[in-house]
Design a protein around this ligand. Structure first.
Ligand code: NOJ
Length: 571
């Protein structure tokens, strides 16, 4: 047996294993998943009704987007009560039923932890703006008279990060919407209240947290002005701030380390070096979401402009993260979530090769080292929706930016900015799950809170179930393969063609107890028919999975069809 191997260490010991490394996660955005009571909004009972479907994918963990009480200015990322369920989603009893039903199916449930900010309606803020001494310092307030902003920081959703409050006659900081004031984490009472909340949920039996913008908690003392030319003005003073590791270590020590849970941090602007430090630090994070591969189709740094993307750049980013976290830390693998447009519409071909490119992109995500996160509908190959008018949009981020774009560029109307706004809007991820070809895609009997993608007559669960060759059934095969092959979870990654502009080929190699296993993945990312020579040595190659009907062949020279994906085992 001859196996090419360039990674210095592809061995895996028992210590390196963990259940959350071997898990596949499915993300549910409850507002858009399934509506059980006909009010047009998805709910907890709706999710319970569809749990058999989720389990049928073979996934191990459900990540549930925020279901806490909230005025829903940012669809639940503006929490007004951490210990209550938002009425339209159901009751605490429904939530308890959900947890039980998830556990009965041998799956786990992780919840969203949103503690950089609360809603303006949270009791802490209500008391704080009234100057109640107990809560006065719970948020980041600065004196002012409504004319001079405390500094030049920007909100991620556009405009200044400061809002003047008439009641307290001062400004408060909001790095997101004006309805989402930032908590002051330098206040020990804030930290203690948050830790108590975390513990309260863990005692209810949940299996972990996805931590919203968790590297934004610590702000630099004095809140100095930021570089006015940076992508997010002020971010050098509030991303990965000086007390970050201390706050996380305290959270871990006081609460998280007492439970066998998984945690994943959402960390804007995270680099691999920082990810290693967070993994190394005595912190609560098992892994983190970075954003580098989701910016390939920006125009430079500009999110609200669309640029051409480049496969070699994707390889460079993925290689950096795969190799950088090989010995320390762990990758969180994703293409989509509730903030990202549909991946087939970005890096695939939603018109001519929707099915093939959806499978190709899924193959990539599920054959890398890390924990994969499948976002609802990704397993169907759902695509971006048409957004013909601003009235159809629901996302505060897209609406604010559309208005800003129209004003700043001297445009007249939405039509002038439609191309970029429709492409980038987070609403693309939030159109209802497509269960069947009925009027509202089987999502609701009422009026859906957001439009259903018109392609649901073709792209839906019912049709996919009846089709052996569907994207859905291919995802099931991918998850199943990953669950059976440890090499796909733990194996070292080795890029075989770093400079090739359309074909991505890599091996995953793992040695355990002296036995080596190796898998080869070959992916053609475009509508081309390339033939590639691969620098692999092997005695036998067995085709494990492909999105085309292929027989085994010798993988040293491979001719690929558009968006073709193949996974081989090499012996
Ligand atoms: C990241 C969340 O994923 C996003 O949906 C939300 O708007 C912001 N954080 C603010 O909480």
């Amino acid at each position: 047996m001859a196996i090419q191997r360039t990674q210095p260490d592809d061995t895996v010991s028992d210590d390196e294993r963990a259940w959350w490394k071997e898990a596949v996660v499915y993300q549910v955005y409850p507002r858009s998943f399934n509506d059980s009571d006909g009010d047009g909004v998805g709910d907890l009972q709706g999710l319970v009704d569809r749990l058999d479907y989720v389990a049928s994918l073979g996934v191990d963990v459900i990540w549930l987007n925020p279901v806490y009480d909230s005025p829903q200015e940012d669809n639940g990322y503006d929490i007004s009560d951490y210990q209550a369920i938002y009425e339209e989603f159901g009751t605490m009893e429904d939530w308890e039923t959900l947890l039980e039903e998830v556990h009965d199916r041998d799956m786990k449930l992780i919840m969203d932890l949103v503690v950089n900010h609360t809603s303006r309606d949270h009791e802490w803020f209500v008391e704080s703006r009234q100057g109640n001494p107990e809560y006065e310092e719970y948020y980041i307030w600065r004196e002012g008279d409504g004319d001079d902003l405390p500094n030049n920081w920007e909100s991620f959703f556009g405009g200044s990060a400061w809002e003047y409050d008439e009641e307290r006659e001062a400004y408060y900081l909001h790095l997101y919407d004006t309805s989402q004031p930032d908590l002051d984490w330098s206040n020990e009472d804030v930290r203690q209240d948050v830790f108590d909340t975390i513990e309260w949920w863990l005692e209810k039996g949940i299996d972990g947290f996805r931590m919203d913008v968790i590297n934004l908690l610590s702000k630099v003392d004095g809140l100095p002005d930021g570089d006015p030319d940076s992508e997010w003005v002020g971010s050098e003073h509030f991303i990965d701030g000086p007390e970050m590791t201390e706050y996380l270590a305290a959270m871990d020590e006081q609460v998280l380390s007492n439970y066998d849970i998984m945690t994943v941090g959402e960390m804007p602007q995270l680099t691999v070096e920082e990810a290693r430090e967070y993994a190394d630090a005595d912190g609560p994070l098992d892994m983190a979401f970075h954003f580098q591969h989701t910016k390939l189709d920006y125009d430079g740094d500009e999110r609200w402009a669309v640029g051409e993307w480049d496969l070699t750049e994707l390889k460079e980013i993925i290689g950096r993260w795969q190799n950088g976290l090989q010995d320390e830390g762990w990758n969180a693998l994703y293409w989509e979530n509730h903030d990202q447009p549909r991946v087939v519409s970005r890096y695939g071909d939603p018109v001519n090769y929707r099915r093939e490119s959806a499978k190709l992109l899924g193959t990539f995500m599920l054959t890398l080292c890390g924990t994969p996160y499948i976002y609802q509908g990704q397993e169907l190959g759902m695509t971006n929706a048409p957004w013909e008018s601003m009235d159809e949009m629901r996302d505060v981020d897209a609406i604010n930016h559309a208005r800003e774009l129209i004003e700043s560029a001297g445009h007249e109307s939405y039509e002038d900015v439609q191309d970029v706004v429709a492409y980038r809007s987070r609403d693309n991820a939030r159109t209802p799950m497509q269960w069947d070809d009925a009027e509202n895609a089987g999502f609701t009997d009422g009026d859906p809170w957001i439009q259903v993608n018109p392609n649901h007559d073709e792209v839906n669960v019912e049709a996919a179930e009846a089709d052996d060759d569907s994207v859905l059934n291919y995802y099931r095969d991918l998850v199943d393969l990953r669950e059976r092959k440890d090499v796909l979870v733990y194996g070292a990654y080795d890029d075989l063609l770093p400079d090739h502009e359309s074909v991505y080929a890599y091996t995953r190699t793992m040695t355990e107890n002296g036995d080596t296993e190796q898998v080869l993945v070959v992916l053609n990312f475009f509508d081309e028919r390339p033939t590639v020579e691969l620098p692999v040595e092997y005695d036998e190659a067995t085709l494990l999975l492909s999105n085309y009907d292929r027989a085994d062949d010798a993988p040293d020279t491979v001719s690929l069809a558009p968006y073709e994906a193949r996974i081989y085992r090499l012996d």
